[in-house]
Ligand binder design. Sequence first.
Ligand code: HEC
Ligand code: HEC
Ligand code: HEC
Ligand code: HEC
Ligand code: HEC
Length: 188
Amino acid sequence: MAYAYFHSTYWNRIGIAPEQPVLFSHRHHAGELRIDCRNCHATVETSAFAGLPSTQACLACHSQIFTRTTMIRPVVQSAVEDVPLQWSRVSQLPAHVFFNHSIHVAKGVACITCHGDVGAMALTAKAEPMTMRWCLDCHRDPAPRLSPPDRIFEAVAGREPPRAGGAELMEYYRVRTDSLTDCSTCHH
Ligand code: HEC
Ligand code: HEC
Ligand code: HEC
Ligand code: HEC
Ligand code: HEC
């Protein structure tokens, strides 16, 4: 029983979208409108944190369009009252774990490899367990999980297999595996 519970999707919260202040849809914005991830997650290539969009980033478009729908009202209210939107976190590691977005993006790990087909999600939910075992599975053997540079920011997985093989991509990105499974890499 305990084993089944621990390994159930409920425990890992896979596929369960937390409540958000606005019914924001990645399927609409990233999937259909094809807005690049970096427009809203501006620091994903340069820092540990991907960053979450400010109200101003939404108003870049929504001061002109869809301003009257009730769905946008919390965005407008946030701007008028000058109170930031409080997005609920979908995937969050415990404080004792060190994670860094910029190195993964630079070394060929695509967003969708860790976050699933975000561009198909009406409401954002966790797609991967994000446990230590999950991190280590890739750190032991990243080659088959790397993507070519033009596929890093894809919103949904393309049907075509990547043209380059894992070994080629390991060389291309100069991926170093010597200390990737050391405790101190993820626990400082
Ligand atoms: C128009 C702005 C916008 C674009 C474009 C966008 N996002 Fe987001 N993203 C958000 C907002 C707002 C949230 C917080 C609400 C939510 O979780 O749905 C969010 C949350 C997330 C989360 C959950 C983070 C967490 O742990 O709380 C992930 C993962 C994510 N985005 C990935 C992506 C990826 C990958 C792309 C590109 C394919 C992308 N986003 C494009 C606005 C955007
Ligand atoms: C680059 C322009 C752009 C940005 C930036 C943008 N949106 Fe939108 N958004 C749109 C468009 C266009 C639609 C209408 C889509 C349609 O119905 O055809 C839309 C629709 C919506 C809707 C209505 C429901 C839906 O998905 O159709 C909500 C809610 C919304 N956006 C929230 C947000 C939030 C919150 C942000 C900031 C995190 C944001 N948008 C940023 C262009 C944008
Ligand atoms: C190697 C796996 C991995 C890749 C690749 C990855 N993420 Fe994440 N992402 C995570 C983890 C793990 C967290 C939780 C981090 C934490 O709690 O410290 C996270 C958190 C986030 C968040 C919440 C804010 C934050 O930084 O904590 C957003 C937004 C996000 N990711 C977007 C993206 C986008 C966009 C991409 C691609 C450009 C991307 N991620 C690539 C694993 C990944
Ligand atoms: C799909 C593959 C993949 C997944 C999943 C993954 N990583 Fe990584 N990780 C990599 C690659 C590739 C590198 C870059 C190695 C290099 O420096 O060449 C890396 C590097 C790192 C680094 C930087 C190491 C350094 O020497 O600076 C940290 C920290 C890290 N990962 C933590 C995590 C954590 C924590 C998780 C799980 C939440 C995780 N990673 C999940 C592939 C992955
Ligand atoms: C690639 C990243 C990574 C490496 C390397 C890593 N860990 Fe972890 N560790 C994590 C993540 C992510 C978590 C939090 C999620 C979880 O508990 O599965 C974690 C959690 C833990 C916990 C807390 C477990 C709990 O039940 O709360 C301990 C203890 C731990 N790690 C010890 C170690 C030791 C010892 C090593 C070296 C043999 C190590 N870790 C190597 C990523 C890593």
